[in-house]
Design a protein around this ligand. Structure first.
Ligand code: NAI
Length: 399
């Protein structure tokens, strides 16, 4: 039987996901792109042509994949008709719009994948898809399988690198799907190998969304507001305070995991890891000095030369771009979600609060009031509180 899949999105990730998937045997791949006129433009570009994926291999060679999604549309009804898997390959701020678009058309036993899912994906999915969500298989992947850049919209994209492994979480629900990862793995191909966490709390409390906001805070909290001649280095220029805050937030998440375990001993959260331990493991060959989180980040060769997100002024100087995803995504779909979970677990989070208080100021939002997550903009975040979760038992539907 043909595997019918929908890829939601229109950026780098959606290009690679739909292109690779469409290159498999016996598939019907539809792109659902609701943003602006992208679907119309993309469909027109591929009317008499194929999409070209240039795939870089670790040994320096590269391959080429030519393919074409079978349908590119902004019509969710057409896209979802008969689909057995729906993949979100779009930044987290766009998830809500896609959940709302597909909600009327999702059938039981559909696999729904957030790739990446990012914190709060499950809360949002279960809230918007209501009764149908528990009958589906909801999967949240921790990241994107590739680093990728579009070189020509609709037509050409480069896969700079492919991960070896990718972790995700499968929300059990009551679907009839026997091997939840199977169709998704088939569409991706052999790499990355998909692995699963035991429940959504493990990846959420180990999330890497806690990296960018403290680094931004570390430098811009002390900025005098004057445009700069150069873009400061992001990791190489990391401040001691930023590293301490990142580490402290990670400690708070581990304390949250322990508090949950104390109240719900059956929940296995043994894989919640501290950010420093994760770094030492993942970048074991790239870090020159592993003595602390600060030195590990500063001396990681994979991060060499990366700079802060900046906007250029008319006279060729630079000012920080607070709208960049390091804050605009990693706060409402990162820190705010984590703060919400810690609050439900009854854990104080002074480190998170400090970074959140500053972040919300530069973003022009209100999530925290004092140290409570009760600001008006919680309503546009993915904090569990927004969706009515009040106690740890409310998480049971997802565990
Ligand atoms: P992207 O920046 O290419 O996404 C742009 C697309 O998002 C647009 O083409 C449009 O389809 C959609 N979009 C933009 N504004 C919208 C709006 N207001 N409403 C609805 N849709 C809108 O993002 P990309 O690179 O595809 O990344 C997807 C996710 O994967 C992000 O969360 C990113 O952080 C993550 N990621 C990306 C990597 C990469 O190499 N591209 C690497 C690792 C993670």
């Amino acid at each position: 039987e043909k595997l019918t899949a929908v890829v939601c999105g229109g950026g780098n990730a959606a290009h690679v996901m739909s292109g690779l998937a469409a290159s498999r045997e016996n598939v019907d791949i539809r792109v659902l792109d609701t943003f602006s006129d992208e679907a119309e433009r993309w469909a027109k570009i591929l009317e008499n042509d194929e999409m070209v994926l240039t795939v870089n291999h670790p040994d320096g060679t590269h391959g080429e994949v030519k393919s074409k999604p079978h349908l590119i549309t902004n019509d969710a009804k057409k896209a979802c008709d008969g689909a057995s898997i729906i993949i979100f390959a779009v930044p987290a701020f766009a998830h809500e719009g896609y959940f709302e678009a597909i909600a009327p058309y999702v059938k039981p036993n559909t696999t729904i994948v957030g790739c990446p899912g990012q914190p709060g994906f499950e809360f949002q999915c279960f809230h918007i898809l209501k009764d149908i969500a528990p009958k589906c298989c909801v999967i949240a992947m921790e990241g994107l399988p590739w680093a990728a850049r579009i070189s020509q919209f609709g037509k050409a994209v480069t896969v700079l690198s492919t991960k070896e492994f990718l972790d995700g979480v499968i929300i059990p629900g009551s679907s009839n799907i026997k091997e939840p990862f199977a169709s998704f793995q088939y569409l991706l191909g052999p790499k990355p190998v998909l692995k699963n966490y035991k429940n959504f709390l493990e990846p959420t409390l180990s999330t890497k969304s806690i990296m960018h906001p403290p680094i931004m805070y570390g430098i811009w909290n002390y900025w005098d507001g004057k445009p700069m001649d150069q873009k400061p280095l992001f990791y190489n220029g990391l401040t001691e305070e930023a590293a301490d805050l990142m580490s402290g937030i990670s400690d708070e998440l581990i304390a949250t995991a322990k508090a949950i375990k104390a109240k719900k001993p059956d929940v296995d959260i043994s894989e919640v890891t501290h950010i420093f331990d994760w770094f030492k493991l993942i970048y074991k060959d790239e870090i020159a000095d592993k003595s602390s989180l600060l030195t590990s980040l500063r001396t990681n060769s994979a991060y060499n030369g990366l700079v802060h997100p900046m906007k250029e002024t008319e006279d060729g100087k630079f000012v920080p771009d607070f709208k960049f995803r390091y804050l605009s995504e990693d706060v409402p779909f990162g820190l705010v979600v984590l703060k919400g979970i810690s609050e439900i677990a009854g854990v104080d989070t002074p480190m998170m609060d400090k970074v959140l208080a500053w972040s919300q100021k530069v973003l022009g939002k209100e999530y925290l009031v004092g140290n409570k997550l009760s600001g008006k903009d919680v309503a546009t975040s993915r904090a569990p509180q927004r969706y009515g979760y009040k106690t740890l038992n409310d998480f049971d539907v997802l565990l």
